[in-house]
Ligand binder design. Sequence first.
Ligand code: GDP
Ligand code: MG
Length: 206
Amino acid sequence: MAHADKEYKVILVGDPAVGKTAFVRRFVTNQFDTGYRATMGVEYSSKIVHVDGTSVKINLWDIVGQERFRSMTRSFYKMASGAFILCDVTQHDTLDQAIAWKRDVDEKVSLPSGKSLPCLLIANKIDLEAQMTDDKISSVAQTRGFYSFYKTSVKENLNVEESVISLSREMLRLDKAGAMLPVSSSSSNNLILDSEQKSAGNSCNC
Ligand code: GDP
Ligand code: MG
């Protein structure tokens, strides 16, 4: 695969049958099939997207079949820089479960700086009749620490690419702000010292 300016591991989580595998397939190969596969394992596929002049290689990690345990091993989450957390708008409990998945992600992984992973809530299957309101989806996103949400239809190819671009943009933003780098204890001590010295200097009357 061609070289990209940036490369991030992105995980997809959410209850079984919400459309995670279909999402990856749609994004990477622009295909959709109605077959339901639930073999066990982890699969990953990559694609380069272009965001504001930067090429970003997205490695999408999909859990295959293990999501019925409603939590994943740390090795799946390791080194991830972002997450899609999916629910199915026709199944109300999958939205409640998205909250539990968010908690699982936050418990098991963080960015090297210690910040939590940027998580995008994906409310999928909007081509079907929804069992949840937009207000409900939006309020879950806002109150549960998602940076944003998208309503998608993988089947009709609505908002799939847009979601990936959005998460890529958020990861790039955090990357630029230094959140993808470890904060070493010595440099953070220096920062505190610097600001103390500064304020001491400011308060000096001489
Ligand atoms: P996963 O278990 O989360 O990986 O779910 P899958 O990707 O296997 O999808 C489960 C089922 O939902 C499959 O039959 C898909 O064809 C179907 N599906 C996925 N996305 C959509 C969508 O946007 N609309 C509709 N109507 N069906 C979808
Ligand atoms: Mg799957």
